[in-house]
Design a protein around this ligand. Structure first.
Ligand code: GTP
Length: 253
């Protein structure tokens, strides 16, 4: 098809303009493991880097929030008997490790990245400074927000919601292993139905487990538009930012 890009049935005109100027993409730590039980998969990292490069190339500003569950999860450590605050600190440091790995992978495909941490570790990366983050984004750099909110008891979903609000992101994306939000776990229930669209109140009342309640209430109260999509589908991220509404599930206020 001339003047058109096609990728796994995702298509858009080559001269089309992105539907969003600034996005915040939330990646879970587990998403970086690939098929392993822990750690960071080089294949997943380079796949993500290429997907992000494509989006940056279309002129969209990209911020990332990454979890740390592939290395440490505070809640799990607390269940095993560790002090919860210590466990959460370890989890936050795990997100910094993932942030640095993302920086390396994305810079290797030629896109500049700045990592900003909510905990001060200046030898390793910049501190989180909102106005500086926005300046980086305006200069076409990808900004990775690491160390969650810098506080224990808050998830990285809440950190993503908070940062999306602070930087005025037009869309927050939550990358998952399924292509949206379902009435039940589609891997367990064959009759599970996918939602194309939902309100935060519906998601909260139906306890759909899209994100934790703090994150959803923050998004709802501040009018953040959310898209939950399958990060493993090549071209999906680009198609979403180009305005394809058929991918994933949209959640709004
Ligand atoms: P501009 O001011 O737009 O030029 O941004 P810049 O990020 O290129 O300039 P800056 O001088 O702030 O940073 C240069 C490099 O040092 C970048 O790779 C930053 O990520 C890094 N950097 C800046 N501040 C810190 C810090 O506090 N700690 C660490 N480890 N690196 C930093």
């Amino acid at each position: 098809m001339s003047g058109c890009v096609e990728n796994s049935k995702l298509s858009f005109a080559m001269d089309a303009k992105p539907a969003y100027q600034r996005i915040l993409l939330k990646l879970s730590g587990e998403a970086l493991m690939g098929t392993s039980d822990f750690g960071i998969s080089p294949e997943v990292m380079s796949f993500l880097a290429r997907e992000i490069k494509d989006v940056v190339a279309s002129g969209v500003q990209v911020a990332l929030v990454v979890g740390g569950g592939n290395i440490f999860r505070g809640e799990g450590l607390a269940r095993a008997g560790m002090d919860r605050v210590t466990g959460d600190h370890m989890g936050m440091l795990a997100t910094v490790i993932n942030g640095l790995a993302l920086q390396d992978a994305i810079e290797r495909v030629g896109v500049p990245v700045r990592v900003q941490s909510a905990l001060r570790i200046n030898e390793v990366c910049e501190d989180y400074i909102r106005r500086k983050a926005v300046r980086h984004l305006e200069k076409g750099r990808v900004v990775v927000f690491a160390a969650g909110t810098g506080n224990p008891f808050f998830t990285t979903d809440s950190a993503a919601a908070l940062r999306a609000i602070e930087i005025n992101a037009d869309l927050m994306l939550k990358a998952t292993k399924v292509d949206g939000i379902y009435t039940a776990d589609p891997k367990k229930y064959a009759d599970a139905r996918k939602y194309d669209e939902l309100t935060y109140d519906e998601a909260l009342t139906k306890r759909l487990g899209v994100m934790d309640q703090t994150a959803m209430v923050l998004c709802r109260d501040h009018g953040v538009r959310l898209c939950v999509y399958d990060m493993g589908r090549p071209g999906a991220l680009k198609a979403i930012v180009m305005g394809d509404k058929t991918i994933g599930t949209r959640v709004h206020g």
